[in-house]
Design a protein around this ligand. Sequence first.
Ligand code: SAH
Length: 578
Amino acid sequence: MEAKYVVFYLSERGKSLAEKLKALLKEIKIFRLDTELISRNWQKDKILIFICACGIVVRKIASFIREKEEDPGVLVINETGNYVIPILGGHRVKANEIAQKIADFFSAQAIITTASDSLSLIPLDLWIKEKGFLIKNPHLLPGIMALFNQKGTLKLYKEKAIKIPLFKGAYEVEKIEEAEIVITNRRIGKPKKQLILIPKNLWLGIGFHENIKETYLEEAIKKVLEESELEEGALKGIATLDKKATHPVLLSFCASKNLKLVSFSKEELEKVKALTPSKRVCEAVGVESVSEQAVLLASKGTLLVPKRIFPDLTIAVAEEDYQVKGKLYVVGTGPGDINYLTLKALQVLREVEVIVGYRTYIKLLEPLFYNKEVYSFSMTEEIERAKKAIAEALIGKKVALISGGDPGIYGMAGLVLEILAFNKVSIDVEVIPGISALNACSALIGAPLMNDFAVISLSDRLTPWNEIEKRLELFAQLDIPLVVYNPKSQKRVNQFLRAWEILKSFRSPDTVVAVVVSATRESQKIYLTTLKELKEDWIDMHSTLIVGSSQSFFFGKWFITSRGYKKKYSENEFLLNL
Ligand code: SAH
């Protein structure tokens, strides 16, 4: 298999850095810097990574550089691995994104110099690619991008059938002449300044006689599109009667133009009303008008060109609504400190267009969201948050709904999926796990959860208190550590007092207890105590309690729950030879 990433090093130090990249990037090959190998790998879909000084790289690659569209991505990592600098292909082959990924991996800094990224605007070229548009006049793209960077806004005209959300900074105008970007499947000549984006949303419906020739079909389609001033590049597919769908001329035409081919039975076509029914066609194949009915079924849209009749061939054209699929990520953001965000979460947060979340969590990660649409809500508005995130994904945006800790533990993942299930709506959802309070808190105090343990939340906002009390009584009787989420809030104090009582009635008053407040945040506090010495006023709504079992004990600042090694093996085996 051809490697996508080709890494060149100069020194042994560079080589060991290159070896580490194997864990991050698949399809990777590593070589000592060599001009012949650079030349051989100078291909537009590759990413060449150089681990040496920028100057060396610039001199080595200078003679190979040709066109933006043809050159590979090039990035440089300095030998100590603290800077990652994309040089070529920042957007086209996502060298900027890959540089950021490598930088995150090495805890290094990515130096992104492309204008849109440093100005906190979306990279227009990437947006166009992601939304699947064809650029009719690509030579205007750099100028339009420069204009966008300069003004921070762009005027955009789009046809009604284009149902995609616009990017931040785009303003829709009514008149085509006023626009700087036009999204259309119509031919509008060759404007000198407007960037024309073509959506693939035209369908052809065709009915034809068996003895048709490919050149004849091609000419006729060209003629229809030309006369109705429609872009050939906007063609998405062809629709016809099922009996005709295996005709070699049609198959070969669709393959050569990369068009979808769909077909319908006579019965399916009959259900659609044709505008221009034909008696002859009806007699021959049994439906009124194959081309119109098929194209309406395939496009589920509007007829643009009613049936055109050629000898042995009919063609109709319709346009479908142009939509892109959105995606909803439910992202766990960990206990608070940005360093406890996973690499995956960081990548997703960088990639999405929209961020939805609880105000406090958004504040904690604010520097990451400078070029996004951000919707922040108060704590109790979980349903509104989930609905907003779903609504934005439904109109085709990439959305991150952020959720503190892990989204699957008293977090937003369940609510989002429940709402989707209740409404029987399916959208692309991905849940990105996060470090939950129980992971963060237990790490801070050592190893309290080494064996089985239980988790309970004292919040009775969604679970009735008598249920919580029942669970508490049962858990308290099990001799295993118990993690207590949501122990207390300003208004909810009695619940904690009652829980404390229950725990004391079943466990020894000397049972070890940890109270961890605001783990990993600036206001972090840790109290190691016992059930009888616990103080209620240590605890607030950002605290997690860990109540030990009979196997739990303190050693200095550590809370340890024995897993049983000492019981299984002899004490001698535990002895250090000091
Ligand atoms: N999904 C979150 C939990 C949300 S419930 C997670 O997986 O961690 C909110 C409760 O989580 C708080 O009342 C507190 O008990 C706990 N919690 C969240 N962040 C915390 C932190 N940084 N330190 C201590 N406890 C925390």
